[in-house]
Write a protein that binds this ligand. Structure first.
Ligand code: HDD
Length: 684
């Protein structure tokens, strides 16, 4: 039984059921429903003769194959989706009329698609990149799409520059190299020409760009939006998703190895967790700003390259989202899902953020080319659970069979239907645009309030722990190390001086450049909420532990430890010298068919045999290098010694036993990564 069968079906699931096609027990037909006897041999004039044009089955089969592809998304082409549910904790009627935010008894179905941005559909999951975090709420008042990212800021301030940014980060036009990488000349040329990118670049160079799991990423709506209540009063709002498992990342060296070992690392992780019933969860949080405070900050609320530090406006947790069901068909659901920032419901509205305004056009437009016409909202994954009645007609792939003899408004023939949503002056449930007062000249000019490109980049840098700073410097060195033009690197370092002199110095030295002359003084402000050092949660749930075993393993010593770890929600995989069983234990993977980078922690239980084994020693040393918790049962102590680890943080020896051993190991895993190990080991 799949896990979703255990929970009561929501409205969206029941709707999707109507579109399911189950081939079990069926017989082969053409698309026209004609039964076919043979699909392996084309119709020929004689056994060795030419193929006949009248073979309609052959032609249909080939035609369907030739047309299987649709254009991949221009950006965010690589993605993975899942269904789930959202429920608000308590009514937010004070701020909004959106009923999914006002009724705590309401369970709203959702579909979420996570993605990378730059790579094409078949690129690896674990590249250095922003991750998309797009949520479609199938509310009773229509679909609401919160199309966010795992970083709260964007590289550009005005949507008219989106094409330029995307062209710069995508593979270079002459040779289509590199795939899914920002480490090349055109991206860094764009950065040095466009200092508004710098705050975003700091996030991109940080560990946020290499998440351990989609389940362990924050999500941000990025823009300032508006909530509107029944009195028509608006409040500014920023949306945050906070993962219940904490926000965690891979380490860069690990990333490079994961790409070869499992290009589907994040996709598989999401899929497996849901299949296993370990449903990923996020809290929705709001930063709420009264309209009267619009100009109370030292940045512009409409500028998408800025955050509101949580220490200034706290994030209020308002609800929880659980992803509990994998799609049944990747193409039909995850590939065809069509998000649009303009999909809003009553009680949620836009601001004049020029990036958001551009997005409201772009998503709508992109679906026309991707999904082949204007009826994409009828595709099952996109179909609202709210009823749809209007005079929109025809177009490619129309599936509705409208009964009415009219398709215009106002009409008298159909009794005026579909009529206005307002009944007897009652506007409840009806979308009403917020009546913002607008007054201005038509100009192509950025507001001066958008001009400061450095202060929040500095804020981000100041907020990082020592190891996060080290990772950022190394990321700059990797990226700029792949840039061929010296002048571009110099210009980038010139910008870094305005963020922080120490950062600029370290990058300059690594690039073999003179230490830059001192820039402006660092303002010294920090926002601790930005550091991942503060995000570890006290759980080992869903953490993957590799247990190294051999035929000499003491199963009696291992089994209670394994069971205790699994009891806390960890996933244990036994890795042995061969498939089958070792010491009466079932081996999940053979040692050379896996790699330490696919696990969060390692338990050595081999019985001494692996101490002589090169790959096993490498496995342990590499896990140490990547900051992972390592524990050895008495049988594993020889391997632990053979690994000659240059440090002890997060390493649990066989001295402890029983519950104390398990607890010490679990505590070491909860830390996520022991970044304070030997600095030299992390320099790569
Ligand atoms: Fe975008 C896809 C997120 C700015 C134009 N964007 C897309 C997706 C996400 C985002 C998560 C993937 C949706 C999915 O899974 O199908 N985009 C963002 C965020 C932005 C942003 C958080 C800034 C705050 N985007 C942005 C701008 C434009 C676009 C400024 C154009 C003016 N984005 C698109 C697009 C895509 C898209 C070309 C490609 C595929 C699609 O829309 O459906 O229209």
């Amino acid at each position: 039984m799949r896990h979703e069968d255990a929970v009561e079906k929501d409205e969206k699931q029941r709707q999707l059921d109507q579109h399911r096609v189950d081939l079990k027990g069926t017989r082969l037909t053409t698309d026209q429903g004609v039964l076919i006897d043979d699909t392996d041999n084309s119709l020929q004039a004689g056994e060795r003769g030419p193929t006949l044009l009248e073979d309609f089955h052959f032609r249909e089969k080939i035609m369907r194959f030739d047309h299987e592809r649709i254009p991949e998304r221009v950006v965010h082409a690589r993605g993975s989706g899942a269904y789930g549910q959202f429920r608000v904790y308590e009514s937010l009627t004070e701020y909004t009329v959106a009923d999914f935010l006002c009724d705590p008894s309401l369970v709203t179905p959702v579909f979420v698609r996570f993605s990378t941005v730059a790579g094409s559909r078949g690129s690896a999951d674990t590249v250095r990149d922003v991750r998309g975090f797009a949520t479609k709420f199938y509310t009773r008042q229509g679909n609401y799409d919160l199309v966010g990212n795992n970083m709260p800021v964007f590289p550009i301030q005005d949507g008219i520059k989106f094409l330029d940014f995307v062209h710069a980060v995508k593979p270079e036009p002459h040779n289509e190299i590199p795939q899914a990488q920002s480490a090349h000349d055109t991206l860094w040329d764009f950065v040095q020409c466009q200092p508004e990118t710098l705050h975003f670049v700091m996030w991109l160079m940080s560990d946020r760009a290499i998440p351990r799991s989609f389940r362990m990423m924050q999500g941000f709506g990025v823009h300032t939006f508006r909530l509107v209540n029944a009195e028509g009063r608006a409040t500014f709002v920023k949306f945050h998703w906070t993962p219940v498992l904490g926000t965690h990342s891979l380490v860069w060296d690990e990333v490079l190895r994961v790409q070869g070992n499992d290009p589907d690392f994040n996709r598989r992780d999401l899929w497996d967790a849901i299949e296993r019933g370990a449903f990923p969860e996020w809290e929705l949080g709001l930063q709420i700003v009264p309209e009267s405070d619009e100009h109370a900050f030292d940045f512009d609320l409409l500028d998408p390259t800025k955050i509101i530090p949580e220490e200034i406006v706290p994030v209020r947790p308002v609800g929880r989202m659980t992803l509990n069901r994998n799609p049944e068909n990747f193409f039909a659901e995850t590939e065809q899902v069509a998000f649009c920032t303009a999909n809003v419901v009553p009680g949620i509205d836009f601001t004049n953020d020029p990036l958001l305004q551009a997005r409201n056009f772009s998503y709508f437009d992109t679906q026309l080319i991707r999904l082949g016409g204007p009826n994409f909202a009828q595709i099952p994954v996109n179909q609202p659970v709210a009823p749809v009645h209007n005079d929109n007609r025809d177009g490619y792939h129309q599936r509705m069979i409208h009964q009415s003899g009219t398709s215009y408004s106002i009409n008298s023939i159909s009794g005026g239907c579909p009529m206005s949503g307002v009944v007897s002056g009652d506007f409840s449930g009806v979308f009403q645009h917020y009546q913002e007062r607008v007054d201005g000249r038509k100009i192509r000019k950025r507001s001066p309030s958008f001009e400061d490109h450095y202060s929040q980049a500095t804020l981000f840098w100041n907020s990082m722990s020592f190891w996060e700073k080290r990772h950022i410097v190394n990321a700059f060195l990797f990226e700029l190390g792949h840039v061929e033009r010296r002048n571009i690197k110099e210009k980038v370092v010139g910008h870094l001086v305005h963020i922080d002199h120490e950062l600029a110095t370290q990058v300059a030295l690594g690039l073999g450049m003179p230490v830059p002359a001192g820039g402006p003084a660092n303002h010294g402000k920090a926002s601790p909420a930005l550091s991942q050092a503060n995000s570890a949660r006290k759980t080992i749930a869903t953490r993957k532990i590799a247990i190294l075993v051999t035929d000499a393993t003491d199963a009696g010593a291992l089994t209670p430890v394994k069971e205790a770890l699994e009891g806390q929600g960890a996933i244990c995989e036994l890795i042995g010298p061969h498939e089958g069983s070792a010491a009466s234990l079932a081996v999940d993977r053979q040692l050379t068919a896996t790699n330490s980078v696919l696990y969060d922690a390692v338990l050595l239980a081999d019985g001494g045999l692996l101490a002589e084994d090169g790959p096993a020693v490498h496995f342990v040393r590499e896990a140490f290098k990547h900051g992972k918790a390592i524990a050895a049962l008495p049988g594993g102590s020889a391997l632990l010694q053979a690994a000659r680890l240059p440090g002890t943080q997060g390493v649990i020896g066989p001295d402890a036993s029983g519950g104390a051993f398990v607890q010490a190991f679990a505590d070491a895993i909860k830390v996520h990564r022991h970044y304070d190990r030997d600095v030299a080991m992390f320099s790569a």
